[in-house]
Design a protein around this ligand. Structure first.
Ligand SMILES: CC(C)(COP(=O)(O)OP(=O)(O)OC[C@H]1O[C@@H](n2cnc3c(N)ncnc32)[C@H](O)[C@@H]1OP(=O)(O)O)[C@@H](O)C(=O)NCCC(=O)NCCS
Length: 394
């Protein structure tokens, strides 16, 4: 197997759906912009040489449909010869897209490929515009279609993750994100053009564009005490609230991957190698446990242990499931290596974008701290977990 190198990894800010900065910005525009931005970081790359654009999207319909991977590649100004595809494994879609592009390079099938992700949860709500569960199968196996919030309640109840623990974890996520913003640590974020409609004196609206440079869901000053006052949103007697759940978010992210031959030919210093990616299944009605199974599978294949991993991005779909996975993986002793700039509770979880978003964040932090190995992992609706291992290039 050859090596697959990431030479560029960037993301738009994550902005709250329906009320955040990207609520009037089409997902095609977010994606086209970030594809351009990822390639702009590699000025010596001829766009003709991009052999594929794989784009993760969890609900690839309506504005995100019609193969947004190809459409956004064209909107980004890539030449006709550059193809594009849309990839779906719900919350790991963006990482799946990176893995598929990495595999092409590792197999010698391509020298340059892009792995990306996009989700506008404003334009296409979670579940899609017109959900159509299989009528008979859904009656017998409703768990496969369960609300993600209910799966988070199941994890909390079955595995004894208390409300207080969830709120403390959520407050810490917010505090870490606020500190990272203040200290300018989100170096992977590219200020992104956003649209807004401004009311005019004659009653019409004018479309304006502005640059959005930061994740707009962060609530500095959040404490566990404040969060303890929020009501559960998914079950009356439950413990999962708006404050200890991931935010629903709009965003896009992209990485450029290359073979060793190509980086040598272009004289590029790569950021990291994609070493391994794996996905695994678990019970659908407690899908949040996914990383607890995906991570040991990943590390087993790599011949590493949790002690070898210097930084983790473990997606905070919900505090309950993130805490359960951290506990079962024996990672409580490494809390200072996990989601160091905060996680999805503060920064948002734009479903199909998240895999590519967390990759960009992880790589930026690995570079900043000089960490050799980093792992990214997430749970996935339907009952799955995914994980990927990255190695920093010196
Ligand atoms: C939980 C959920 C339904 C909440 O949605 P929402 O009502 O739009 O959430 P908001 O972030 O707007 O918060 C609602 C209210 O809770 C309170 N709140 C939320 N976070 C808070 C915090 N950190 N501190 C204080 N109050 C907070 C506020 O009162 C807020 O209202 P405001 O924004 O007007 O002040 C939604 O975030 C969700 O579905 N998350 C999970 C997404 C998911 O399942 N993803 C897939 C996982 S696999």
């Amino acid at each position: 197997m050859k090596e697959a190198y990431i030479v560029s990894a960037v993301r738009t800010p994550g902005c709250k759906n329906n009320k955040g900065a990207f609520k009037d910005t089409l997902p095609q525009d977010l994606l086209a912009f970030i594809l351009q931005a990822a390639v702009d970081k590699v000025p010596s790359l001829d766009r003709q040489d991009i052999e594929d654009v794989m784009v993760g999207c969890a609900f690839p319909e309506a504005e995100q449909g019609l193969n947004i991977g190809r459409i956004a590649a064209k909107m980004a100004g890539f030449p006709d010869v550059v193809p594009g595809a849309t990839v779906n494994r719900f919350c790991s879609s963006g990482l799946e897209a990176i893995a598929l592009s990495a595999l092409r390079i590792m197999a010698g099938w391509a020298d340059v490929a892009i792995g990306a992700g996009v989700e506008s949860m404003t334009y296409v709500p979670m579940g899609g515009n017109v959900p159509r569960p299989h009528p008979e199968y859904a009656k017998k196996h409703a768990d496969l279609y369960a609300s993600m919030g209910i799966t988070a309640e199941n994890v909390a109840r079955r595995y004894d993750v208390s409300r207080q623990q969830q709120d403390e974890f959520a407050a810490l996520s917010q505090q870490k994100a606020a500190a990272a913003q203040k200290e300018g640590r989100f170096t992977e974020v590219v200020p992104t053009p956003a649209a807004r409609f401004v009311p005019q004196a004659d009653g019409t609206y004018r479309r304006e564009t502005f640059l959005q440079a930061f994740d707009d869901g962060v609530r500095a000053g959040t404490t566990a005490e404040v969060l303890s006052g929020l009501r559960p949103v998914f079950a009356a007697a439950g413990s999962v609230t708006a404050g200890n759940s991931s935010q629903t978010t709009d965003g896009a992210a992209a990485t450029v991957l290359m073979s060793e031959a190509k980086i040598k030919a272009l004289g590029i210093q790569p950021i990291a190698k994609v070493k391994l990616y794996t996905a695994t299944g678990c019970k659908a009605d407690e899908m949040g446990v996914g990383p607890r199974y995906a991570i040991p599978k990943l590390l087993g294949k790599a011949g590493l242990t949790v002690d070898d991993i210097g930084l983790w991005e473990i997606n905070e779909a919900f505090a309950s499931q993130a805490l359960y996975c951290i506990r079962e993986l024996g990672l409580e002793k490494y809390m200072d290596r996990i989601n160091v700039n905060g996680g999805a509770i503060a920064l948002g979880h734009p479903l199909g974008c998240t895999g590519a978003k967390l990759c960009a964040t992880l790589l930026a932090n690995m570079q900043a701290k000089g960490v050799q190995y980093g792992v990214e992992s997430m749970c996935i609706g339907g009952g799955m977990g995914a994980a990927a291992l990255f190695e920093l290039c010196n």
